[in-house]
Design a protein around this ligand. Structure first.
Ligand SMILES: NC(=O)c1ccc[n+]([C@@H]2O[C@H](COP(=O)([O-])OP(=O)(O)OC[C@H]3O[C@@H](n4cnc5c(N)ncnc54)[C@H](OP(=O)(O)O)[C@@H]3O)[C@@H](O)[C@H]2O)c1
Length: 210
């Protein structure tokens, strides 16, 4: 599978390092010579390369967007993402960790409207980058993996993204159609408020069933 990750920040790097164990990664960046790009090159060697974003996504069947929400519209409107699975990791975080703009429609639904020929799946938005880099919470987790809820309207795209979630090390939780992003995105904001409100960033949500 040709996999591209747009953004060489905390999320892009964490997912890239985990997924490079299974796939070759093309990172899309504004500056492939940046310090972040150099660090990725050192960490991943031949398993990944950093290119200008249009070049990185050109051959990819799956494109993970790990970009700040406010610039995401401009980024995707400059790219040819027709026919591709687009994974939306973004969160619209405003002051006091509340949504910056209206939560309805969700970021993922707005993204899907900008990309009518792509198959958008919301995923990797409700856990911290530190947990994406290392989802193992040790003995205290009693064998329960951190969950990663995902949603989308295309069954095949969701099957592919479920596999990526497994590969990163999360428990995939199918939340339904893309409209469910309206519930995933506030969950991410709760995570951010807790992390900044004293719990720290080494926290993750899990789903218990019986
Ligand atoms: N951090 C978390 O724990 C976390 C968890 C879940 C979801 N998220 C969401 O995932 C997305 C990425 O988060 P992050 O923490 O990885 O952010 P980040 O560290 O700031 O990285 C974002 C990356 O986006 C790229 N980018 C492209 N255009 C940009 C622009 N105009 N301004 C700034 N960056 C630009 C940059 O890569 P280049 O310099 O290579 O272009 C940058 O490194 C956000 O929407 C965030 O809300 C974050």
């Amino acid at each position: 599978m040709h996999l591209a990750i747009v953004g060489t920040g905390a999320v892009g790097t964490a997912l890239g390092i985990r997924l490079s164990k299974h796939h070759r990664i093309a990172f899309g960046s504004r500056d492939p010579q940046s310090e972040a790009a150099r660090q990725l090159d050192l960490a991943l060697g031949t398993k990944a390369d950093v290119r200008l974003t249009p070049d990185a996504v050109a051959e990819a069947s799956v494109v993970i967007l790990a970009t700040p929400w406010p610039v995401t519209e401009a980024i995707v409107k400059d790219l040819d993402l027709a026919g591709k699975i687009v994974v939306d990791c973004t969160n619209d975080v405003g002051p006091d960790f509340l949504p910056e703009s209206s939560p309805v429609p969700s970021c993922a639904e707005r993204l899907a409207a900008w990309l009518p020929e792509s198959r958008v799946v919301k995923a990797f938005s409700t856990a911290g980058a530190g947990t994406m880099a290392d989802p193992n919470y040790g003995a205290g987790a009693c064998g329960v993996r951190p969950m990663m809820p995902f949603c989308g309207d295309d069954a095949e795209a969701k099957r592919v993204v479920r596999g990526l979630i497994e590969e990163v090390g999360f428990e995939p939780v199918d939340a339904g159609d893309l409209v469910a992003a309206r519930t995933l995105e506030p969950l991410a904001l709760l995570w951010i408020r807790l992390a900044h409100g004293g719990y720290g960033s080494n926290i993750a949500f899990a789903l218990l069933t019986r």
